[in-house]
Design a protein around this ligand. Structure first.
Ligand SMILES: [Mg+2]
Length: 233
């Protein structure tokens, strides 16, 4: 059961991300409040996001286009050019925000990096994700950085094969059960779930897996101790 490689998710595992989407969605509801109540705006936006992911992928640019589409549909074409401009500016502001790391991330990566090669495995828009990695200043901690279109079994299998890595020796750490945990468990690896206080609609999952290689931690700072226990020092 020994772990030799630690792979980490980025958004909401190393730095804050989803809380920013939720703040922007609230602002969208305010812009549209004369056309529809908050819940209706959110539900319509989520439905569009789900449908558009196939075309736009994950990330802020696609999210911004989905907000524009939702605004036009919900207002039945009554939304003004000024309001659409404001929505586009909200998306651009998200892309330009400085990174805010989660507590203990730098110290934990330093400790883990002494004993394990670290992989960063994230998904979404390449330009946005690489900008965030650059702005975070965390890039040097990682032996490998991978930005995937989607985090499913096939994508992880291809990634591990490309790096000649046995998935059984990998622990994937992240805040999404469907994206970070289930595919890696299926490939024979370990999954450690560290929930973030909010979860994107498309990353929600009914229940936590009941699996011998599944673990849940409250914070990333607990990771070195877990590995010490598992690998017997
Ligand atoms: Mg994440």
């Amino acid at each position: 059961m020994s772990v030799e490689i630690i792979a980490l998710d980025a958004d909401d595992t190393l730095w804050h991300s989803e809380s920013r989407f939720q703040d922007t969605q609230l602002r969208l509801s305010e812009i549209l409040d004369r056309h529809a109540p908050h819940d209706e705006v959110q539900a319509h936006l989520h439905e569009l996001e789900d449908r558009n992911i196939k075309l736009f992928g994950y990330g802020i640019k696609g999210f911004t286009l989905s907000m524009v589409e939702a605004a036009i549909e919900i207002s039945q074409g009554q939304i003004t050019a000024g309001e659409i401009h404001e929505i586009v500016m909200m998306g651009k502001a998200m892309l330009e925000m400085p990174m805010e790391l989660l507590a203990g991330v730098v110290e934990t990566l330093e400790i883990l990096g002494r004993n394990y090669p670290l992989f960063l495995i994230t998904k979404g828009d390449h330009m946005d994700q690489y900008n965030k990695i650059e702005k975070s200043g965390l890039g040097d901690h990682f032996k490998e950085i991978e930005v995937l279109l989607n985090k499913d079994v096939a994508a992880y299998r291809e990634l591990f094969a490309r790096h000649r890595t046995d998935p059984a020796k990998v622990m994937m750490v992240g805040n999404s059960i469907p994206s970070d945990i289930l595919p890696v468990l299926e490939l024979g690896g370990h999954g450690t779930y560290i929930p973030y206080h909010v979860t994107a609609s498309f990353e929600r999952h009914q229940s936590e897996p009941d699996h011998p290689r599944f673990r849940r931690l409250k914070t990333i700072q607990a990771l070195p101790e877990l590995l010490l226990k598992m690998n017997g020092g």
